[in-house]
Design a protein around this ligand. Structure first.
Ligand code: AMP
Ligand code: MG
Length: 399
């Protein structure tokens, strides 16, 4: 048997992932229950926001032309004709030489085209001395300036967070269309694995990947369904996989994803469906499997948690995005503190810690997990690049 993986480029593997992913159906939920969910269509407001020209400060609504040339020594003198009540439409029009008190958020009356902050006004009887000029539109926002009626205010694919929820509320959406939460089966394989509430004896280790994968799925809007630890034994994996296929929208299996004697992940997937990819030009993460059985995507991740995590970030995130329509891109650019090298033809991910505009590569020996904690994200080195010099701007995917 050939024990070498014939690797596929990341970009090609991602094309396969997107093609095999089935979009989950849409459902409507109350806005208060929608946090973390993925918006299933573009949202337009039914009204202009704001619905009227609005002051952004406490002050006096004026005609800007009336304040031209105003200064501390020669203030403009305007006649106050009253005060605008909050939450009501003013009946009065501001004529040249007059002004009205307006609170923050108040409705700018007809004739007025700017607001002078209260700090720059002095009251003398019914006269207001304005000692600073304002330009047209100053200290006010105009009708529809925030969001225009009928135009997209929140895009499909947005993960709903507190800020999105605020805008959806302003647009009048007490119920929102969201993608169903995909159920993601999680299987850990390995004779060396013990449950995390067990003290590992000689040669055993605790099962990290169930929790690493479950956390990642949860953070990306999926529902993790745990199938526990499966021994390196084909029939046991076959049973677990069958049960996961019947109850999940996609499946993650960690461990046994290479071509060693004990690696049965690929053969087991093949016995139920098809292995589409076995080996990706990705480091860490080369021994990765992409397969499908009964229309259920199955990703085989390498056992080492630090490698598995890169496959979660690159491959599984794309799968979840294709299933829910979510946009998960979180790349930033940072300046490299010290040089990094990479093999040509392979996409490399190097953990790094951010400090201001700089990213310092965290170079730990392969096999260690602590760098997952002591880093802020990974530096992505594309396949056609052999490395970067110190000082270069590099793409960083933040954790
Ligand atoms: P494998 O991909 O099965 O060859 O495993 C590669 C390495 O990852 C081995 O050292 C395994 O012990 C380790 N490993 C596999 N699965 C897990 C897991 N669930 N939690 C922690 N380490 C694991
Ligand atoms: Mg193993």
């Amino acid at each position: 048997m050939n024990r070498f993986l014939s690797v596929m480029q990341v970009a090609d593997a991602l094309k396969i992932v997107r093609k095999m992913a089935i979009r989950v159906p849409t459902e409507t939920v109350d806005l208060v229950d929608a946090f973390g969910r993925v918006l299933a269509r573009d949202i337009c407001s039914d009204v202009d926001i704001p619905g009227f020209d609005r002051s952004t400060v406490d002050g006096y609504a004026v005609r800007a032309a009336d304040t031209t040339g105003a200064g501390e020594s020669i203030p403009s003198m305007l006649t106050s004709i009253g005060s605008i009540p909050m939450g009501a439409t003013p009946e009065i029009t501001i004529r040249p030489g007059t002004c009205m008190y307006i609170p923050t958020g108040g409705f700018l009356p007809g004739g007025a085209d700017a607001v002078v902050m209260i700090e720059y006004c002095e009251q003398m009887g019914d006269q207001i001395l304005v000692n600073r000029p304002v330009a047209k539109g100053e200290n006010s926002i105009s009708r529809g300036e925030d969001f225009e009626a009928g135009k997209v205010s929140v895009q499909e694919g947005t993960r709903i967070n507190s800020r999105t929820a605020g805008v959806l509320a302003a647009c009048g959406f007490s119920k929102v269309p969201v993608a169903h939460i995909p159920r993601i089966g999680i299987i850990s394989t390995g004779n060396e694995l013990v449950p995390i509430d067990t003290l590992p004896s000689g040669g055993k280790i605790r099962d990290v990947n169930t929790y690493l994968c479950a956390g990642f799925v949860d953070e990306h809007g999926g529902l993790p369904v745990r199938f526990g630890i499966i021994e390196d034994e084909a029939s046991a994996l076959l049973n677990a996989l069958r049960s996961a296929i019947s109850s999940c929208d996609a499946i993650l299996i960690s461990g046994g994803s290479s071509k060693g004697e004990r690696d049965m992940c690929a053969d087991t997937i093949a016995s139920l469906g098809k292995v589409l990819v076995h080996g990706i030009a990705l480091s860490p993460g080369k021994p990765t499997i992409i397969g499908i059985a009964e229309e259920t995507p199955i990703i085989g991740l390498p056992g080492h948690p630090a490698s598995a995590y890169i496959v979660l970030l690159t491959i599984v995130r794309e799968l979840l995005a294709a299933m829910t329509g979510a946009d998960y891109k979180r790349s930033i650019f940072a300046r490299l503190k010290s040089p990094v090298s990479s093999a040509q033809g392979r996409e490399d991910y190097i953990r790094g810690s951010l400090n201001g505009e700089y990213i310092t590569p965290v170079l730990g020996r392969s096999g260690l997990t602590n760098t997952l904690l002591h880093s802020d994200g990974v530096i992505r080195i594309p396949a056609n690049i052999e490395g970067y010099e110190a000082g270069e701007l590099v793409e960083v995917i933040q954790w």
